[in-house]
Ligand binder design. Structure first.
Ligand code: NAD
Ligand code: GLY
Length: 358
């Protein structure tokens, strides 16, 4: 088992990475009070809730299983969990465990950050995306009918337990989608890692145990490095949004149906790479390595045909409004080196979309 420490202004957060590492001993060392609340969803609960409960014999454990899906990351499910905590007389010593993917992590993180002004939180991420991205860094959120993640907080967990054993039951499509975020770390931070991913695509697809541990550990370290430098996204943390401007517009245009986050980000990353060739002299070799890695890891690189350019531009301009009226495109100078471009005009984006779609 590896331990990575995320050092923030106020905390040192341990992030444990390994295979079959969740254990009684670990919980009894990490949890200080008596009460534990596990929040999960019905899919993950069916697979893992009892197994986790059995590892907590010396605590008073309660659990809630919410419905599975992004649409349940909302204010009414948030209130339902808060009601449950109040009815059960939990006090400030309760430890809340978020057991699941990014939906559970974001929602439960927000619950923990607001219940009695903040209680102890342990993330046990069970999707690849949650293991390499959402469980690290303290962003919590729920959705609003007007948009995703519009309500939330920065709230660091007390620890994160990343156990790659959970990935065994993850549907193939979810696994592939999570790989987009893994590739992103290579693209924005670590050229050597990107080449390695490209050269080990088959072993990654076959989920070889040692390979999974390696990609999760390197990705978690890269995320920790970024968050350590810029916890509240006033600077370099924005680089993690590489590929997200078009990616979010694709997700929104498809009303968050029939496309997973990582799939949309994969397309967005290739588009941002093409803009980088045009605007920042990203080399064709670098562009080709990005494209070939996405393709080898079975991620999509083309905008779905049913979405119009007009729709994409509309959603990108909504994104722009949220960012103070400027398109803040994360582009590459070369693999591993990002810049923020705030001068790209919508007309240009549209022209480039035509070229990109071929
Ligand atoms: P998810 O949480 O919906 O999980 C995907 C699916 O996999 C669900 O059906 C879930 O029930 C199932 N699942 C989870 N673990 C499983 C397992 N081990 N075995 C079998 N099935 C399993 O989706 P996600 O991709 O993990 O997360 C997406 C969410 O994360 C979005 O809401 C997004 O906004 C958020 N996010 C947050 C951050 C952040 O920094 N906080 C970063 C990226 C994404
Ligand atoms: N997933 C983006 C961030 O954590 O900032």
């Amino acid at each position: 088992m590896k331990k990575i420490t995320l050092k923030t202004k106020n905390n040192n957060i341990p992030i444990f990475v390994g295979n079959k590492i969740v254990s009684k001993k670990m919980f009894s060392t990490l949890i200080k009070g008596k009460d534990v609340l596990i929040v999960t969803n019905k899919t993950v609960g069916k697979l893992y809730l009892n197994k986790i409960k059995k590892l907590l014999p010396s605590f008073t454990v309660k659990s809630i299983q919410i419905s599975d899906g992004e649409k349940y990351k909302n204010i009414s499910v948030f209130s339902k969990i808060q009601d449950f905590m109040i009815k059960n007389n939990f006090d400030r010593d309760v430890t809340v465990i978020a057991l699941g993917g990014g939906v559970i992590g974001d929602l439960v993180g927000f619950v923990a950050s607001t219940f009695m002004r903040g209680v102890k939180l342990i993330h046990i991420p069970t999707t690849l995306l949650a293991q390499v991205d959402s469980s690290i860094g303290g962003k919590t959120a729920i959705n609003h009918p007007n948009g995703k993640n519009l309500i939330g907080s920065f709230y660091q967990p007390n620890c994160v337990i990343i156990d790659t054993e959970f990935l065994k039951t993850l549907p193939e499509k979810e696994f592939t989608s999570g790989l987009a975020e893994v590739i992103k770390y290579g693209v924005i931070k670590n050229h050597k890692f990107l080449r390695w991913l490209n050269n080990h695509a088959n072993e990654i697809i076959n989920k070889k145990k040692s390979i999974l541990l390696k990609i999760v550990e390197i990705s978690a370290k890269e995320k920790v490095n970024v968050v350590t430098k810029d916890e509240h996204e006033s600077d370099v943390r924005a680089f993690l949004n590489f590929g997200h401007t078009l990616g979010h517009a694709i997700e929104a245009s498809m009303k968050y149906k029939n496309i997973l986050h990582g799939e949309a980000i994969s397309i967005g990353m290739l588009y941002a790479s093409m803009l980088s060739v045009e605007k920042n002299n990203l080399s064709i070799e670098d562009f080709n390595l990005i494209e070939s890695t996405l393709k080898k890891l079975k991620l999509p690189t083309k905008v779905p045909t049913k979405i119009t350019n007009k729709n994409l531009i509309k959603h990108m301009s909504f994104d722009k409004k949220k960012k103070g009226g400027k398109n803040r495109f994360v582009l590459l100078e070369r693999i591993g080196f990002c810049v923020i471009n705030t001068t790209i005009k919508e007309k240009y984006l549209e022209e480039m979309l035509k070229v990109f779609r071929g």
